[in-house]
Design a protein around this ligand. Structure first.
Ligand SMILES: [Zn+2]
Ligand SMILES: [Zn+2]
Length: 249
């Protein structure tokens, strides 16, 4: 099978997957994000964006830059990454490269940037073209990246319950987003159906899986106190509303 992913794109997705697997589930990972720069006033492309998952809070924003290089990453590369971090208000950055870093680059990175080497050989058994297809019309070759598996406690009344008996139910859903159009996705815990949830809530009353669980999903656009925007995915149950995935932009 031929891959729809060129190496640079596979490299970015592999790093997104590794960040997801290593980070606490309170962080939501977005491959191929864009954020409007505060100094440049243009949309900056971010290889991997890491946001707080459950709150409209952009104060702990992390970004990752992935660089396939035949030479070492230089001081200038680090300085341009610091410029990007400042422009998109990232508090920490990860520079990941195939071929290491010069001494002056390492000194310049200091504690604001974590440097990592990830050789190209790691791509050998990694095939993001096997990820589920995005079903959004006009989204060509978009794939669903599962950004995490948050456990959510719900308090539900079991069917046939007497005396308003309430029991705790913990559900673990795959939540994710398209790596191209960035629409949200859910994999139903119960029937394994993959459900697309748009990120705009204009006239949207929510999305429920066809297996009719008692909760549903709703996307919305939110702003923090400084006016920074994010798309958010919420789980809405009878007695609980919870943000389960986010990406700022
Ligand atoms: Zn898409
Ligand atoms: Zn279902």
């Amino acid at each position: 099978m031929t891959s729809e992913y060129p190496n640079w794109k596979k490299y970015e997705r592999l790093i997104a997957q590794m960040m997801r697997d290593q980070l606490d589930t309170n962080f939501s990972v977005t491959p191929n994000a864009t954020i409007k720069g505060i100094s440049s006033n243009i949309n900056r492309q971010i290889d991997v964006l890491i946001d707080s998952r459950h709150d409209t809070d952009n104060s702990t924003r992390l970004i990752v830059d992935a660089k396939i290089r035949t030479r070492k990453i230089s001081l200038l590369d680090v300085e341009s990454f610091i410029g990007l971090m400042n422009d998109v208000q990232a508090t920490h950055g990860y520079l990941v490269s195939t071929n290491g870093f010069t001494k002056s680059a390492i000194i310049r990175a200091q504690e604001a940037i974590t440097l990592r080497i990830l050789p190209l050989e790691y791509l050998e058994n990694f095939e993001p073209s096997n990820w589920p297809d995005c079903t959004v019309k006009n989204c060509k070759n978009g794939k669903v990246f599962w950004d995490g598996y948050p456990a959510i406690d719900l308090y539900v009344q079991p069917q046939g319950a007497i005396n308003h008996e309430i029991s705790k139910l913990t559900i673990v859903n795959y939540v994710g987003k398209c790596d191209k159009c960035r629409c949200f996705y859910i994999k139903c815990t119960n029937c394994k159906t993959i459900l697309m949830v748009p990120h705009s809530d204009n006239g949207d009353c929510g999305h429920q899986c066809t297996c009719r669980q008692s909760w549903f999903w709703l996307g919305s656009i939110e702003s923090d106190s400084s006016g920074n925007k994010s798309a958010e995915l919420h789980l809405i149950a009878s007695n609980k509303v919870m943000t389960v995935s986010r990406r700022s932009f």
